[in-house]
Design a protein around this ligand. Structure first.
Ligand code: ADP
Length: 164
C-alpha cells in the first residue's frame, strides 16, 4: 500500500493546498494530512481550527485522513507506515526551503522520500499569508479558499485583526 503524509501549517487552508491533496489522493492509496504544531511558529488559527478547516475541505476524499501533531514529520510518517512526504513547490523560494528540508529529512531517515508537486496554474501565487492580507484589505477570497470555508475564514481573520 502506498501511504503518504502531507504536512503543513495550513494557516488557513487555500485552494493550493487542496489541489495538492486531491492530486495526491489519486496517486497514493492513503494520504495523511498532518496539521503541524510548531512551538516556534506563530499561527493565526490554532491547531484545532486548522484541523477543523482541513476536515471540512477534505470530507469527500475518502482516502484522506486529517490529524494534528507536534511530532517530527518523519516520526509521524513512521507511525502511519508512510514512506513518502508530499510537498508543493511554487517558486525558487520554495525550492530553497524544500530542498533543505528534503536533505535534512533524508539524512535522518533515508527510507522516507519526498514527493514534490507543482501547483496548478490558478494557485501558483497563492499562500496562506496572501489570503490573510486580502481579507485585511477587504478583498474577496472566494476564488482562493474552499467554497465551504469562505465565510468562516473571512469572518475569523477579520475578528482576529480587529476589523469586525
Ligand atoms: P509550511 O508552513 O510548512 O510552509 P504551508 O501550510 O505553507 O506549510 O504549506 C504546506 C505545503 O504546501 C508546502 O510544501 C507548501 O510549499 C505547499 N503550498 C503552499 N501553498 C501552495 C500552493 N498555492 N500551491 C501548491 N502548494 C502550496
Amino acid at each position: 500500500m502506498r501511504i503518504a503524509v502531507y504536512p503543513g501549517s495550513f494557516d488557513p487552508i487555500s485552494n493550493g493546498h487542496l489541489d495538492i491533496i486531491k492530486r495526491s489522493s489519486q496517486i497514493f492509496d492513503k494520504v495523511y494530512v498532518l496539521v503541524s504544531i510548531n512551538i516556534s511558529k506563530k499561527y493565526m488559527f490554532d491547531s484545532n481550527e486548522r484541523e477543523h478547516m482541513m476536515k471540512i475541505a477534505t470530507k469527500d476524499l475518502n482516502n484522506v485522513f486529517v490529524e494534528q501533531s507536534s511530532d517530527l514529520v518523519l516520526h509521524f510518517a513512521k507511525k502511519k507506515n508512510a514512506n513518502v512526504i508530499i510537498r508543493g513547490l511554487r517558486s525558487m523560494n520554495d525550492y530553497q526551503h524544500e530542498i533543505t528540508l528534503f536533505q535534512f529529512n533524508r539524512s535522518i531517515d533515508s527510507t522516507i522520500d519526498t514527493f514534490i508537486l507543482f501547483p496548478s496554474a490558478d494557485n501558483l501565487f497563492l499562500s496562506s499569508s496572501s489570503i490573510k492580507e486580502l481579507v485585511m484589505f477587504n478583498e474577496d477570497i472566494s476564488n482562493y479558499v474552499p467554497k465551504s470555508l469562505v465565510t468562516y475564514i473571512t469572518t475569523e481573520i477579520k475578528k482576529r485583526i480587529g476589523n469586525i
